[in-house]
Design a protein around this ligand. Structure first.
Ligand code: A3D
Length: 311
């Protein structure tokens, strides 16, 4: 039995870390694809990772390429192709540039691996995953966006930092679009089953929610050039692993809603079951009136960016 094939479209900051994490978890063989101008860079990263193998002991072949034929019959694609945000740019500013890249990537993936499972990371996320879906014509269970996993992870990290308790025991979710209008569902956040609302004051929780909403921008400002990459890479690897190992994890992902939470025809962050059939189910639950209003606000922002794609 051959190993699964995981192709990373875009071998920049996130792409390089995806390759490392996929190899360390022995998810399969890894192909790092980038444009011809960056071919040397991805071939170099691949070779470096091959040379890390003796230290870490993982068995995976890692290669770099700018030839679409090399991603043929991949089982999983993770797309980071595009440009990241620069200070002063919001995710929507990226739309024009990244949309034309996404259209090109979608038609090539459709040609090379029409049965693959595709995780989109490129921003503006909710519009990019929609664009991939429209251009590729893939079924809705085979296309998903990574955002909620990261946003929820950030919320978890901040709660752990605030309480001094283990991040392992913090559970919570952030729904909605991947932008400043995302919706942390603080009401359901717990540490070891204990509601955070009884561990952290309402005032501090509001500050933590706000920090979560702007967490990407906080890092963009610190870097001065580029955006976060370690946590985004690990968040997408969790999704790929759940698919390849049929784990059926429940992860907030940008999935195509067709009536769930009253949303129809848009990819937006919702609790998603990922297993060997891809997006197997969206888990719906009753929202409070306040949460419904917030979800509607974020949906309006998503609708606006999706409209700008013209797809
Ligand atoms: P970066 O290090 O610039 O890597 C992007 C790579 O894409 C570069 O190596 C480019 O050469 C490559 N590329 C450009 N055009 C193509 C193409 N047509 N085909 C293949 N590769 C191409 O950026 P990064 O890795 O830091 O970020 C990648 C994307 O992820 C950006 O759009 C970010 O905004 C986005 N991002 C999303 C999240 C989410 O949570 C959704 C978080 C962080 C970053």
């Amino acid at each position: 039995m051959s190993r699964p094939k995981i192709s990373l479209i875009g071998g920049g900051q996130i792409g390089g870390n995806l390759a490392l994490l996929a190899a360390q978890k022995e998810l399969g063989d890894v192909v790092i694809f980038d444009i011809p101008k960056a071919e040397g860079m991805v071939k170099g990263k691949a070779l470096d990772l091959m040379q890390l193998r003796p230290h870490d002991g993982y068995d995976a072949d890692i290669t770099g390429t700018s030839d679409w034929n090399d991603v043929k019959d991949s089982d999983v694609f993770i797309i980071t192709a595009g440009i990241p945000r620069k200070p002063g740019m919001d995710r929507e500013d990226l739309l024009g540039i990244n949309l034309s890249i996404m259209k090109d990537v979608a038609s090539n993936i459709k040609e090379q691996a029409p049965n693959s499972f595709v995780i989109v990371i490129s921003n503006p996320l909710d519009a990019m995953v929609y664009a991939f879906y429209k251009v590729s014509g893939f079924s809705k269970n085979k296309v998903v966006g990574m955002a909620g996993a990261l946003d929820s992870g950030r919320f978890r990290a901040f709660i752990a930092m605030e309480t001094g308790l283990s991040v392992q025991d913090v559970t919570c979710m952030v729904l909605g679009g991947h932008g400043d209008t995302m919706v942390p569902i603080t009401r359901l956040a717990t540490v070891g089953g204990v509601p955070v609302t009884s561990l952290i004051s309402a005032e501090r929780l509001a500050e933590i929610e706000k920090r979560t909403r702007f967490a990407g921008g906080e890092i963009v400002k610190l870097f001065g050039n580029g955006s976060a990459f370690y946590a985004p890479a690990q968040s997408a690897i969790e999704m790929a692993e759940s698919y390849l190992r049929d784990k059926k994890r429940v992860i907030p992902c940008a999935s195509l809603c067709e009536g769930e939470f009253g949303i129809d025809g848009y990819f937006i962050g919702v609790p998603t079951v990922i297993g060997s059939d891809g997006v197997e189910k969206i888990l719906e639950f009753e929202l409070t009136d306040h949460e419904k209003t917030e979800l509607n606000n974020t949906l309006e922002v998503v609708k606006k960016t999706v409209k700008e794609t013209g797809l």
